[in-house]
Design a protein around this ligand. Sequence first.
Ligand SMILES: [Zn+2]
Length: 298
Amino acid sequence: MKYRKLVVLLISILLVSVLSGYCVPYNDCTSKFDITARRLARKKQPEKKTIEWNTEWTYASFSEIHDDSVVLYYSKAQDRKDIVVCVNAGHGTPGGNSVKTQCHPDGSLKVTGGSTAKGSKYAAAVSSGMTFLDGTPESEVNLSLALILKEKLLEDGYDVLMIRETDNCQIDNVARTVYANENADCHIAIHYDSSSNDKGFFYISVPNVDSYRSMEPVVSHWQEHMDFGEAILSGVIEEDVKIYGDGDMAIDLTQTSYSTVPSVDVEVGDQASDISEAAQEKVAEGIAEGIDQYFQAS
Ligand SMILES: [Zn+2]
């Protein structure tokens, strides 16, 4: 009889151990459950989400072209950061050059030159972009770099909001900025400059003009734009990419004039730059490194 009780007791102990999943010690068990929960969350997480234009968004009424939607891609990386980077491949809006949008939300005039003259109230909704010496349109080269950057950021754990992935994106510069403001944690626009002396990489910094830096939303965000630009520049320098001068040029841009998240336009090179996949890989690596630096510091 005693022997039978002992067997029942042993079987009960065995059953309890099995049912509790060998949860000894307790900490091991918690981390296993955490990992499982995270895996399940990743599985449930959709690969991407389409985001439609919303006329209620701040500054939405300043946009003239916003027929297309944008796509938010979710990272499948183990250490997903829950940070959304808006990648905006410059140009690629046929017809955008003949439509005008206001340079500043308060109607004030542009404080520097650039592709639109100083003193202008209106600028092209999206300009056509330049052509490389080998005949390739800038919009195409901007897009190929944007697609490389997208994959790198997704691997690094960032979610990526892609403004365009085709050569016909009916979203103007104001709308691109508004999409980023409302759906991303930062905004990076990719361009190459129109010079032809292979001048190197630089970012567009915020002009040091009182009236400009005191206008909303610039007054509340210009420092973030500058810090973001500097972080990206230092990432690109680490990758040994050729840099133009000090690595920045101050221009009054539509993008900066409407941005409410850290926002920068990078000019990766110019008409004479190496635009091979290897060269773009290096630049994308540097930009991704800079984005890491920015979010680690902030
Ligand atoms: Zn451009």
